[in-house]
Design a protein around this ligand. Sequence first.
Ligand code: AHR
Length: 327
Amino acid sequence: MKKWTTLLVLLVLVSCSGSGGDRDEPEAENADGLIVVGFSQVGAESDWRRANTRSMRETFTKEKGYKLILKDAQQKQEAQIAALREFIRKKVHYIVLAPVTEQGWDPVLQEAKSAGIPVIIMDRMIRTADPSLFSSWVGSDFRKEGGTAVDWMEKTFREKDVLRIAHMTGNLGSSAQIGRTEGLQEGVDRNVGWKILVRDSGDFTQVKGKEVMERFLSEYREIDVLYCENDDMALGAIQALREAHLPFGSAGGLKIVSFDATRAGLEQTLAGNIAFNVECNPLHGPRVENIIRQLRAGRTPSKIAYVEEAAFSAAGITREEVDARAY
Ligand code: AHR
């Protein structure tokens, strides 16, 4: 009996290794001439992120000559580092990294560099003393986005001696959080009457956004502005305000400033529930492809490329602008 069990275990092991069990087979050598791109995505925390993933999937298709290997890290840096190491073992042609936070990438990027695999950073930035660890970066100027929101706040609330602000941040240590928070801080430093009453992270998700807003409202009933670092959290905050039966937006009371300008966010802007919404553009697929084309042609792509972004106020937005939004 023992002999049969051992034989069975051996048979299972052999059949597993013969059916693609070897997960580190070099992809580049078995890709039928396709360009293999390993993409480590932050997660699927927001509409913005899902649109970004779609843009990458729609760009890097087999028909266009690519094999895209996408790994969702569920907002965990350890999972992103593990994904990058797997891409290196598989010898992909290019690595695309959308880093969850800015710090802590040098060792794994050094490994990619030693393996001769070009790395393109997309969306958020990394902090490194060695810029040779990546070929190119494309994304948003998050600090400028914060500045755009603050300019609107300065104009809109110039009559107010005191402005009471609740600040809901995105996940701490990410470029989107750092830049938008710095933008707000510059406004606070310039305007003596601006006070940050409370600050907490909603991790860029709607569920957490609602929870955090409920907490803000249990501590402070008199809030003039919710500075909310993305639309998903703003949607959660709106749910909390409705459940608390508090006036907000064009009905009077608290005003919400948000970021991303997704379709759902713009609907709320048109409805007057979000007072001001700063765009953050997620459609990076074609931009990353353009970088890869340049690298393949032996050219040097721009090291840093910021995308152009707009902003929408509840007072100025039109139905056509909302309908034109693809994500
Ligand atoms: O890095 C971009 C940010 O990440 C977007 O503002 C947010 O919605 C996303 O999760």
